[in-house]
Ligand binder design. Sequence first.
Ligand SMILES: Nc1ncnc2c1ncn2[C@@H]1O[C@H](COP(=O)(O)OP(=O)(O)OP(=O)(O)O)[C@@H](O)[C@H]1O
Ligand SMILES: [Mg+2]
Length: 240
Amino acid sequence: MTTTIPTPLATTTGGPDAAFTLTGVTKTYRQKKRTVEALRGVDLVIPRGQLVAVQGPTGGGKSTLLQMLGALDRPTSGSVKLGAQELATASDGALARARATEIGFVFQGFNLIPTLSAAENVETAFADSSLPRDARRTRVAAALESVGLAERAEHLPSELSGGQQQRVAIARALVKEPRVLLADEPTGALDEVTRDEIMTLLEGVWRERGLTLVIVTHDSAVARRAERRLYIKAGQVSER
Ligand SMILES: Nc1ncnc2c1ncn2[C@@H]1O[C@H](COP(=O)(O)OP(=O)(O)OP(=O)(O)O)[C@@H](O)[C@H]1O
Ligand SMILES: [Mg+2]
């Protein structure tokens, strides 16, 4: 019997079967005379279905990397491929479509609209969608159910705990069934017990839906739960 030696993740080849393939990615911000090189030559392949944690010092480039992955911004140079699609040179419309159909976002501050109920907040994900109202409502209810908040659909954010608010944000990110979920310090505003609950929820949806999940975190307890840990310092990425 022969034993197969697993390929190290760092050397996995990119291409259409990878969730992301980044080659020589730089991002330079210019403000008046000052320039900041937020990313400096990032080469990175993230296979489909991987759970990746991204750590590193403040200002290291973590959120900038997430913005490149999430089609929120384009690199200054280099290539960012989402599956087979090149994002670096895509039009604004193409980036918006990629965000609308393939990518879900979760942020540290939940980013819920305070005057809307939990269900209405989740429904904002369909703002630009042609899905009929009844179908939206059904999907919203299912998404809230999947994060354990069916009973809280009519609550305003101010009537929910921090952990519950983050669950609403996760439901909003998932309701359009993206293949990729990007989370920027999703547990940064939560206590340890709630942090662990949110991580368990994220791991559950990652596993059930076969998502590619990238979590930026300052918290080693969160990063330890990932399959792969990346470290970004001064705009350069290394494996941990
Ligand atoms: N829109 C922008 N304009 C100018 N500079 C920016 C912009 N966004 C980020 N930067 C700079 O790029 C660098 C990387 O920022 P980034 O937000 O990616 O860091 P980070 O690793 O997410 O940090 P933190 O842990 O504090 O969130 C920093 O020096 C930051 O000041
Ligand atoms: Mg950041």
